[in-house]
Design a protein around this ligand. Structure first.
Ligand code: ZN
Ligand code: ZN
Length: 280
């Protein structure tokens, strides 16, 4: 199977520009924001632009491309207004992603901001339930991204993600595995034994099949520090050996990988260099 590796790219100048950028970087899959990730505002996209993108994307060998949701979204919040706003925003983003014919949209479940883990997880489940109808009517699948556990963010353990996925009625919820976040949360993605141990927990909880995409990021923050700091290339705590272990691991190597970095071209090239013909 071809090594699927790409990077997050900008949509500046229009959606189709993102595909051109990915190609120029040497990627063969990727990620975009379908709207500005730091505001609630959803910019309208014309039918023409949507269909132009769709046509170009479907003909391309850049599949899969994934959308990344707005950073303001917080389904775990105890604040009702923010909760409702988050659901409305996610609904629109899911619909927009589907119109662009992208298979996935990933988002961070949110922070309980003091209400406690239990209440926060229950709010996420309630939020996902409110997306049930939207998700039933689209082909795009919603992915929960694991977090580093910074502050009161939830989704930093696989048992937490398992509860969110298994206790909601929303269909086809998957996971986007961010290796830097997982490392910050205390999951070793560095050594082969560490990866084995982490995979064992994944299989016991969410199931490996739930992981539809990987954010292949190195972490500046140490193992279990509960900090979210991405490193370029292999210049972090996971390092060259760790990234090499991930891109070659027999149970991970066929999952599409996306790098989230300011040096996308270089970092895609590094991942390709470390990739071997045989799995480990
Ligand atoms: Zn993310
Ligand atoms: Zn990520």
């Amino acid at each position: 199977m071809t090594f699927k590796i790409g990077a997050h790219v900008s949509i500046e100048g229009g959606f189709t520009k993102a595909l051109e950028r990915e190609k120029a970087l040497g990627g063969n899959c990727g990620q975009i924001f379908v709207k500005s990730p730091r505001t609630w505002h959803i910019t309208k996209t014309t039918e023409k632009e949507t269909s132009q993108f769709k046509e170009k994307y479907e003909k391309s060998n850049l599949k899969p491309f994934m959308a990344h949701g707005t950073y303001l979204i917080n389904l775990a919040t105890p604040k009702e207004e923010l909760f409702q706003k988050s659901i409305e925003c996610l609904k629109k983003e899911i619909e927009k992603t589907n119109k662009l014919s992208l298979p996935y949209i990933t988002f961070h479940p949110g922070s309980h901001t003091g209400s406690g883990e239990e209440k926060g997880i229950n709010k996420v489940i309630q939020g996902l339930n409110e997306l049930e109808e939207t998700l039933k009517n689209v082909e795009t699948q919603l992915l929960l991204e694991n977090t580093s556990g910074k502050g009161s963010t939830l989704g930093h353990t696989f048992p937490q993600l398992e509860r969110m996925i298994k206790e909601t009625n929303a269909p086809n919820i998957g996971v986007c595995l961010d290796t830097a976040h997982a490392y910050g949360a205390g999951y070793d993605f560095k050594t082969t034994t560490g990866i084995q141990k982490t995979l064992k927990e994944i299989k016991k909880t969410i199931g490996l099949h739930r992981i539809r995409m990987i954010h292949l990021n190195d972490s500046l923050a140490p193992l279990g520090s509960r900090k979210d700091q991405h490193a370029h290339g292999t210049n972090g705590e996971i390092g060259k050996e760790g990234i090499k272990n991930i891109v070659n691991h027999k149970e991970l190597r066929n999952i599409p990988m996306v790098r989230e970095t300011n040096l996308p071209q270089k970092d895609i090239a590094i991942a390709k260099e470390l990739r071997q013909k045989q799995s480990v």
